[in-house]
Write a new protein. Structure first.
Length: 336
């Protein structure tokens, strides 16, 4: 293992960046990494066991839950409960926050917001899915129950955020506000190993990612931007490339590596947007900004949005700064 840096080693080496944490944040990130390995194991053998298909129930969003949705939610909550560094978990799969009242957690300092299995509608067709997480430091004093003020913090207050992508290889990508680093799971040793240090989104992007099937429902500014992307680029004599997987983590990961913009606008069916601010938009926005990109809801920086409710939704435009700036110009110019 000479020359290999594991996730655990990397976290310990960077612990000095958070002198106030005294190791708690490092242990919390370790717990998330352990749960990700367990979920990865089940995702990779999903076709061999009775874990595909619908669970027969819906989540708070009114969306049908897949069996792996439920499994992933259980595994992350279990890991965070046993780790003792988290006092409350806000999950996409639960209407209310999950408060952790065990003795080891009564003095816990952190709140975790999580989408346990993003893109789960793709599970049955073997397309990449992922986990998105966001970590906040509690505002209230330890030793007492957390409250809504602890949970509903702006994205600028995140102390860490990341995602795990379960694909041809499994990667954990995270930031603590000091750059973005990616770790690939080596199944031969069961460890996430540093494979993508100091990740930066390319300055020039040529990929746009949006579900064009909803074109008729988009704001006029988004329609005009798509038309622009479809025009030939004089510098390359070809149009921008349209690439859309339908799994946010997978689309973001590709664009982070290759350069591009991910668009999830408001629609006539979802006038407030569809993505959830707390456990989708905020963590991905934090990562994109730390990688040198931009994250906007079309008129405002996502990380500056004041959350009002746990499952609040938002439009999201994330990726290459130049492309997001241009998108905002189109939205301003072609107001509905």
């Amino acid at each position: 293992m000479s020359g290999i840096t594991t996730l655990g080693q990397f976290i310990i080496e960077k612990q000095a960046d958070f002198p106030y944490a005294k190791g708690e944040l490092s242990r919390l990130l370790r717990d998330i990494g352990i749960a990700a390995k367990i979920v990865n194991r089940e995702v990779n053998k999903a076709g061999l066991v009775d874990i595909l298909g619908d669970a027969g129930q819906t989540n708070i969003q009114g969306e049908g839950q897949k069996k792996l949705d439920v499994y992933a939610d259980e595994q992350f909550i279990k890991a965070l409960q046993s780790g003792g560094e988290c006092c409350v978990v806000a999950s996409e799969e639960h209407e209310n926050p999950v408060y952790i009242h065990s003795g080891v957690s009564k003095n816990a300092k952190y709140i975790v917001c999580i989408d346990p299995l993003d893109g789960s509608s793709n599970i049955d067709v073997n397309v990449s899915v992922g986990t998105i997480f966001s970590i906040y430091r509690r505002i209230s004093d330890t030793g007492v129950s957390c409250n809504n003020n602890d949970i509903l913090q702006k994205g600028t207050k995140q102390v860490a955020a990341g995602y795990v992508i379960y694909g041809s290889s499994t990667m954990l990508v995270y930031t603590t506000g000091k750059g973005v680093n990616g770790f690939t799971l080596d199944p031969s040793i069961g460890e996430f190993c540093l494979s993508h240090p100091d990740m930066k989104i390319p300055e020039a992007g040529h990929i746009y990612s949006i579900n064009e099937g909803n074109y008729s429902k988009f704001p006029n500014g988004v329609k005009q931007y798509i038309k622009y992307c479809q025009m030939e680029d004089p510098s390359t004599l070809r149009p921008y490339a349209s690439r859309y997987i339908g799994s946010m983590v997978a689309d973001i990961h590709r664009n982070l590596l290759k350069g591009g913009i991910f668009l999830y606008p408001t629609t006539s069916a979802h006038p407030n947007g569809k993505l959830r601010l707390m456990y989708e938009c905020n963590p991905i926005a934090f990562i994109i900004e730390q990688a040198g990109g931009k994250a906007s809801n079309g008129c405002q920086r996502i990380l500056d949005i004041e959350p009002r409710s746990l499952h609040q939704r938002s439009a999201a435009f994330l990726g290459n700064t130049e492309m997001v700036d241009l998108l905002e110009d189109f939205l301003q110019k072609y107001r509905d």
